[in-house]
Structure formats: structure tokens, C-alpha cells
Ligand binder design. Structure first.
Ligand code: PLP
Length: 388
């Protein structure tokens, strides 16, 4: 199998697994216990906090470990909602956020918060003029704007958005789950107030995440109890997974992404030159190096995905959460794509482990699958659904 769906999840890096193992076996102790055996566990937590902080240029005491990216986003949104209050405040977000931001914001709207959504240009990047129109220094404002999109890989003008928001004294949370480890993320250079990270997007296991909380910010915790994580997130720490996340952060610091983007560029060159009616979607210039988001005229993405799966190539049509849903992706609709174009897209996402041979095999399989689907669906009959 050739795995090209690394934006859905990455495999656990062997060095990450190796770092985790002692904390699943000998060092099983509770990091809060008082005896000597808990010392290495406590130290491992501190090391992981430092590793994650270093990756984004934060301080270790600004990192809170969570159970996943969704928890990090919900913690940021719900606690800020409580802090700014419902009256005369405003919550801003974008039309291309992950559901782990959109759903909590919908819940806030349902209980009376004023929420506003900014659009994106055709290249998938925020409309900064629209953002500026929604800002008013007299209205306490909280914004949640992603750093890099999970479907298209397009990196957002987050530095510019942050500057606009800071000028109006607004608070900014960013979902950087698809950015961290793929593009430079520096919270001193771009002074966001909160930032979400998820382990399984950067070669750590599923079920661990982190929230960066700028020093001086207090959270209204989602989980109250024993007061772990500086009282921001109670619950005994998932030490083996946190150690894994720390190791993954260290590996991300020390490994470049240029080899991945060269392979991605090679794939795109092959697809564009060997198949007709191919559209590479989103900004060419501002995007993570591991992702190719592509549409094929007169070819349904869902059908392509199934044919490719049968040919031993795993890709997706949008985000993993969208797969199986019949609606066109909200991200592509926000970019102004027609339903047909949005439904004819594939997301192909590479990893550090992807090889040139795999890319060449995948390109051959995609060309073959597109030809096969086009033969059974014409522009007149419209897309044909392929069922297993
Ligand atoms: C941009 C983005 N935000 C949030 C999430 C949710 O992260 P997790 O799966 O760790 O809850 C994902 C995962 O797909 C994502 O891509």
C-alpha cells in the first residue's frame, strides 16, 4: 500500500515509538507521586514540554498538554468565550476552518454570541480586507483563524491577520495543527495568543495534543480536578504519548521539508503533463510542501479514491472527517469552486517516508483511474458514483 493521506494522520515515527516505550513499561508511575520512581516520569514530562515549546519558539510554561487537537481548539474557544462574555463582544472566524473550530463557534452563536465569518480568495487565503471591516477597537473581539488549511495545505496570511487584530486589541487563537512541523511556526515572530497542536499530524500517536497559551493568559479550564498542567487541564497526564509528542517535535526541528516538496512538485508535474483537464488548487506560493490538492474535469473524486484504493494507493477527497459525506467541501465552496469542481478533487498528502518510486507508482495509478472513470462518465451524463 502507498499511503498518501498524511494530512489525515501520519504513521508513528520509529524513534517516537522508541522514546515512548519506557513510559508504557518500567516508568509507568504517576508524575505527581512523591517517591523517587516518579522522578524520571516527571522529568520526561518537562523534557517534552521543552521540546514542543522549542519547535514553536515558546516557553515551556506556555505549553499545556491535551488529549487531541480538537480538545486544544475547544479549550481555547470555550474559555475565551467565558472570559469575553456574551454582551457586546464579537467572535470572528474564517469559512475554511476545521470542524473542530466551526462547531464550537456555532454552539457559541446558539447561546447568543455575535459571530462573524470571513471569506477567502480563490487561492484559499483569507480576505484580510474583510477581516479589517469586522474589527472595532470598542468591541472586545476574539478570533480563531487557522495557520494552514487541512484540505488544500494553503498557509494563511496569519502574520498580517495577527497584526490587524492586535492593532484593535483583539485576542487571536490559531489552529496550527496542519502547520506545525510542515512550515515555520514562531509565536514570537507572530504573536498569537493561543495555538493548537495535534500529535498525530507530526508522527506522534493519535490522542495527544498541546495548546500554547501566551504567558499571562489564564484559561477557564474545560476539565477541573487535580490541577495538573498548571490547573489549566486536570487529569493525570498521558505521559507516554506526551513523550512521543515531545520526540516528534524534536525530530521536526531537525528535519527539513525540502525533500517532501520536491517529490510533491514531481507528482504535480507528472499529473499536469500526463492527464488532461487537471487543476492544481490553492495558492502555489503559500502552501505546505507535503500537499497536492488537485481536481480532474469530469471525474468524481469519491470514485477516484475508491479506484485508487483498489490499486493500492490511499488518498482522500477532502479532510478525513468529510470523507463519506455527499456535500462538496466547505473549503472549496468558500474558494468559489463549483459543486462539480469541488466534488472532483483529491487531496494527496506526502510524508517524510514517501519515496520517489511511490510517487511514480501513484502518478501512474491516478492517470489510469482518471481514464477509467472518464470512460464511464461523460460531461453529458455527469459524474457517475462508484460504489464498492
Ligand atoms: C486543521 C485541523 N484542526 C483540528 C483537527 C483535529 O485534530 P485531532 O484529530 O487531534 O482532534 C484536525 C485533524 O484533522 C485538523 O486537520
Amino acid at each position: 500500500m502507498i499511503y498518501l493521506d498524511n494530512n489525515a494522520t501520519t504513521p508513528v515515527h520509529p524513534e517516537v515509538l522508541e522514546a515512548m516505550m519506557p513510559f508504557l513499561t518500567d516508568h509507568f508511575h504517576n508524575p505527581s507521586s512523591g517517591y523517587r520512581a516518579s522522578k524520571p516520569v516527571k522529568n520526561a514530562l518537562a523534557t517534552a514540554r521543552e521540546q514542543v515549546a522549542t519547535l514553536i519558539n515558546a516557553r515551556p510554561d506556555e505549553i499545556i498538554f491535551t488529549s487531541c487537537g480538537t480538545e486544544s481548539n475547544n479549550t481555547a474557544l470555550k474559555s475565551l468565550a467565558r472570559l469575553i462574555g456574551r454582551k457586546k463582544s464579537r467572535v470572528l472566524t474564517s469559512a475554511i476552518e476545521h470542524s473542530a473550530v466551526l462547531r464550537p463557534i456555532e454552539a457559541m452563536a446558539a447561546v447568543g454570541f455575535e459571530t462573524r465569518t470571513i471569506g477567502v480568495h480563490e487561492d484559499g487565503r483569507f480576505d484580510l480586507e474583510e477581516l479589517a471591516e469586522h474589527l472595532d477597537a470598542d468591541i472586545p473581539t476574539f478570533a480563531s483563524l487557522m495557520w494552514s488549511n487541512n484540505e488544500t495545505g494553503v498557509t494563511q496570511p496569519i502574520a498580517e491577520a495577527c497584526a490587524l487584530l492586535k492593532e484593535k486589541k483583539a485576542v487571536l487563537h490559531t489552529d496550527a495543527i496542519q502547520a506545525v512541523g510542515k512550515v515555520p511556526v514562531d509565536v514570537r515572530a507572530v504573536p498569537v495568543d493561543m495555538l493548537s497542536i495535534s500529535g498525530h499530524k507530526l508522527y506522534a500517536p493519535k490522542g495527544v495534543g498541546a495548546l500554547y497559551l501566551r504567558n499571562g493568559f489564564r484559561l477557564e479550564p474545560l476539565l477541573r480536578g487535580g490541577g495538573q498542567e498548571g490547573t489549566h487541564r486536570s487529569g493525570t497526564e498521558n505521559v507516554p504519548y506526551i513523550v512521543g509528542l515531545g520526540k516528534a517535535a524534536e525530530l521536526a526541528m531537525n528535519s527539513g521539508n525540502s525533500q517532501i516538496s520536491e517529490l510533491r512538485d514531481h507528482l504535480e508535474k507528472r499529473l499536469s503533463s500526463e492527464i488532461e483537464g487537471v487543476h492544481l488548487n490553492g495558492s502555489r506560493e503559500h502552501r505546505a510542501g507535503n500537499i497536492c490538492h488537485v481536481s480532474f474535469d469530469h471525474c468524481e473524486g469519491a470514485g477516484l479514491m475508491i479506484l485508487l484504493d483498489e490499486a493500492g494507493v490511499q488518498v482522500s477527497t477532502g479532510s478525513a472527517c468529510m470523507t463519506g459525506k455527499q456535500q462538496p467541501s466547505h473549503v472549496q465552496k468558500a474558494m468559489g469552486f463549483s459543486d462539480e469542481r469541488a466534488k472532483s478533487s483529491l487531496r494527496i498528502s506526502l510524508s517524510r517516508f514517501t519515496t520517489r518510486e511511490e510517487i511514480d507508482t501513484a502518478a501512474n495509478a491516478i492517470a489510469k483511474a482518471v481514464k477509467k472513470l472518464r470512460a464511464i462518465q461523460s460531461p453529458l451524463t455527469g459524474p457517475v458514483q462508484v460504489y464498492r
